[in-house]
Structures are given as structure tokens and as C-alpha cells.
Design a protein around this ligand. Sequence first.
Ligand code: NDP
Length: 260
Amino acid sequence: MSAEVNSFAGKIALVTGASSGIGLTTAQLLAMRGASVVLAARREEDIAAHAEAIRAAGGKASHIRTDVADAGDVEAMVANTVETHGRLDIAVNNAGIGETVVPIVDMADADWDAVIDTNLRGNFLCLKHQARAMLAAGNGGAIVNVGSVNSFLGCAAFAHYCASKSAQIGLTSSASAELAPQSIRVNLVCPGIIDTPLHRRARTKFGDAAYDELIEHRIHLKRAGQPIEIARAIAFLASDEASFITGTTLTADGGFHLTL
Ligand code: NDP
């Protein structure tokens, strides 16, 4: 029996949105714990450099440029992972955007489409191709989607983002129901306010005062989270430690969604 908690030695893990923030930290953590990690995102120079840094630190990593909203890219991402590493054991569907802050009555259709295409359709496309690869290999697997505290909470001027994130709950539990018989677990991690480039851009748009008010009055721990605190939650659900957990959401938000 191994005493090492959450060891990923010998596992092949694919992380989308790995050029920045939560995805990058998750890729680094999984690699540090022994996984061979594939970093996927659109900014190829960034993921190439991050994969190189993981290898320089003694880990195993490769990268593939991917736009998760593009079906061909996603199919190629999974095919490349299987060709390069032989199979896929763990997938973290973390890529997401939340750049536009605009009321529904003023929202351009293109703004709606961009967020839904990346956050929801992108998650669906990734799940589909990852599940196909896992089913073909017949070894089971673990898929962790990344939602948000906005999977539960609406927010003025952020309807597209909240709609995309709440729909991931249904996508995750439905995928779990379909894939559990083949020992593929599917779960959703819902972060609260986490100090990443996405958060810093959103903070500028909603306003510093609004964010400080949120943190002071809504978050029990009275601070933003750090990417590593989400990466650890993702790693837990991806690990054998979570062997009886599937179809559910794990909220990591310092108590945000519990306070009126
Ligand atoms: P970042 O902006 O730091 O990172 C987002 C990542 O997603 C980048 O690596 C980006 O890479 C990638 N990405 C965006 N669009 C695409 C695309 N079309 N195809 C492939 N990759 C894409 O944000 P976070 O780390 O904060 O966000 C990660 C996830 O966590 C998101 O799903 C977000 O919604 C969620 N989240 C974050 C919260 C926070 O407060 N930070 C709170 C709740 C949820 P590239 O640009 O290179 O493609």
C-alpha cells in the first residue's frame, strides 16, 4: 500500500487553459505529483515555455495548442495526447473566459456566443473526445470540469458567464451517469474569487470597491483564494482518494455561496 496521498505516478493528465492561472497551477501540481501532463491552450508560446519549465524541474510535460471552442482542435488535442502518451487517464476542463461585463439588454449576440462557445460548448467537446478515448482504452478515468461560484449565483451584467457555468452542473452530472458504468468519474470544481489574470481583469471591469465589498461581506474567509487552493481540490477529485465521488460539485470559495 502506498503511503503517498494523491500520487499520480504513471498517470497521463490533460489540462485545458494551462497557459495561465488555475490551469497552469493544476498542471504544475499534477506534474509535481508524478503525472505526465499535457498542457493545452491557445497561446502556444506560453504553454511550450510552461511545459519546458516542468521538464527542467524533473517532471514530464508536453503541450498542444488548442482552441476548446473548435471541434477539430479538441479532437486533435485528445488524439495527440493518446498518440504521444499511449492513453488518457485524467482530464481537467478548465479553459474559460469572462471578459465582457454587460447587461442583457445591451449584450451583443457575439458576446453571448463567445462565452457559451468557450465555457459550455468547449466543455462538451472536451468531454466527448476525452470520454471516447477513455472508453476505447477501457481503463476508466477521472474528468474534472471547472465551473464557478456563478454555477449557483447569478450576477448582474454577467448573465452569459453565469448561464455557461450553471449549465456545467447538468453537463457534469449527465456525463457521470453515462460514464460511471465504465469507471470514469466526472466532477465539477466551483471556485470562488481566485487571484488570477481572469479575476484581475474582471475586478477592473466590476470595480475595485465592488470586489472589496464582496470579499469583506460575502466571503467567510475574507480573502480571495489562490490558484493552488483550487488546484489541490481538482487534484483530489482526479485522484483515487475520490474513488466514490462522481457527478457532484465541490465548491472551493471560502464560504462565498453560503452567505446572503
Ligand atoms: P485565466 O484567464 O488566468 O486562465 C484562463 C485559461 O483559459 C487560459 O489558460 C486561457 O488560455 C484559457 N482559454 C481561454 N479561452 C480558451 C479557448 N477558447 N481555448 C483554450 N483555452 C482557452 O483564468 P482563471 O485561471 O481564473 O480561470 C480558469 C477557470 O476557472 C475558468 O473556467 C474560469 O471561469 C474559472 N473560474 C475562475 C475564477 C476566478 O476568480 N479566477 C472564479 C470562478 C471560476 P489562452 O488564452 O492561452 O487560450
